[in-house]
Design a protein around this ligand. Structure first.
Ligand code: ATP
Length: 250
């Protein structure tokens, strides 16, 4: 078989597009469904070879239902993916990164100071999932994010220090908010309600949550129902950056 240049280009383009698609969905809930679809296609392939006619037609029906249901169930992910492609322009990306760096720098500077002073904090950073029901449990602020404001809010005895704050891009949306507590029973005993609340909201939304322990000053981050502890300034910035870059916040 002759391999033409066109064929090589074809393979390369398919690989690049598949890789891009995979990186877009890998940390979303779409990945589980994608795995399911791949398994289904594999079963359909073998059942085709074996000539199991009734089973084949059943699998074909299931495939049709899934194809119709996909765009409905994954409407937010699809929208994000299309927006991501639309933002491909390099200048826009650089501009976005720059603006974005400023929000992250402010946030991280405040967290590091809170950590040094062992001031407990619970900071929910909104991503794609709306958090209206959580915001409604607290006090709406809609203030521009600043290091001083963040420190002021969490300073013990300040009227807003209890509960969580919600941040959306460079705005501090609300404080004093109540988060759902995780039901995960495999957590370390040392994680109290502040950390359990951070995990709870990260299980129910795609938000990133930063926790500063009042007892130890340790900084943790939760996302997708997972917790990472003992983050220093560098790794915290790195986590925030990669999570938001993925989403394309501006
Ligand atoms: N469901 C919740 N939603 C929002 N904030 C909460 C919630 N539960 C607890 N908190 C916050 O956590 C504080 C209590 O933290 P607690 O000491 O139980 O947690 P912890 O995980 O051990 O943290 P630390 O290491 O800071 O002690 C409360 O004063 C409140 O500000």
């Amino acid at each position: 078989m002759e391999i033409s240049i066109l064929m090589l280009i074809d393979i390369l383009v398919t690989l690049v597009v598949s890789y891009k698609f995979f990186t877009l969905v890998k940390e979303t809930r779409a990945i589980q469904l994608l795995n399911g679809v791949l398994i289904l296609l594999l079963i359909r392939f073998f059942s085709g070879i074996l000539g199991l006619k009734i089973f084949n037609s059943l699998l074909d029906q299931v495939k049709t239902v899934i194809l119709i249901a996909l765009p409905i169930v994954f409407q937010p992910e699809l929208r994000r993916a299309l927006e991501h492609i639309g933002r491909g322009n390099l200048i826009n990306q650089l501009r976005r990164r720059d603006k974005f760096q400023t929000h992250i720098d402010k946030l991280v500077a405040a967290i590091i100071r809170l950590s040094k002073d062992k001031i407990g904090a619970l900071i929910v950073v909104k991503r794609a999932t709306g958090l209206k029901d959580i915001i409604d449990t607290g006090i709406e602020l809609d203030a521009i994010l600043s290091v001083e404001l963040l420190i002021n809010i969490f300073t013990p005895n300040s009227p807003l220090h209890d509960g969580a704050i919600i941040i959306d891009k460079n705005r501090l949306v609300a404080a004093n908010c109540l988060l759902p507590i995780t039901k995960n029973s495999n957590l370390k005993q040392s994680f109290g309600t502040r950390h359990r609340a951070a995990l709870g909201i990260s299980e129910e939304s795609d938000a990133l949550v930063i926790v500063v322990s009042e007892e130890t000053g340790v900084v943790s981050i939760t996302y997708d129902g997972r917790i990472e502890s003992n983050l220093d300034e560098f790794s915290l910035k790195e986590r925030l950056f990669s999570k938001f870059d993925e989403l394309g916040v501006n």
